[in-house]
Design a protein around this ligand. Structure first.
Ligand SMILES: [Fe+2]
Length: 137
């Protein structure tokens, strides 16, 4: 999964945080694929979770400051993502047969990878359009 210009919202901080988010998600996907030990997968999820929180609050701050009307929808969406990550964390914490990481990787692809791409492409892009229409970028 790679960040491309096509995903640019037009705000430097947000774009660079999106890139970092992709990097962390890729690390997680890789850790699962390579059947890394439980501790490593757990800490990668925690890393991603911490970063997602930092990023969402930064995004929401920008939205508050520019009085973006879509802020509530964003907050709801962000909350759902953090809940999905919590679920993933719980799933990763379950005892599993060594090497059997299929479920974990399916959940990760569904809830972590698909969601973020979809969210950035659809919901965050609307914020970018809003900023452009107001002459903020
Ligand atoms: Fe967002």
């Amino acid at each position: 999964m790679e960040w491309t210009e096509k995903l640019s919202v037009g705000v430097a901080t947000i774009d660079s945080q999106h890139k970092e988010l992709f990097k962390r998600i890729n690390n997680l996907v890789l850790a699962i694929k390579q059947h890394r030990c439980k501790e490593e997968i757990d800490s990668t999820i925690k890393f991603l979770d911490d970063y997602a929180r930092v990023h969402f609050s930064e995004e929401e701050k920008h939205m508050r400051e520019t009085r973006y009307p879509g802020l509530e929808q964003q907050r709801e969406d962000h909350k759902k993502y953090l809940a999905a990550l919590a679920e993933l964390k719980a799933q990763a914490a379950l005892p599993r047969v060594q090497g059997s990481t299929y479920d974990l990787s399916a959940t990760t692809n569904q809830v972590v990878v698909d969601w973020i791409v979809d969210h950035i492409m659809k919901v965050d892009m609307k914020f970018g359009e809003f900023l452009r229409s107001k002459g903020h970028t």
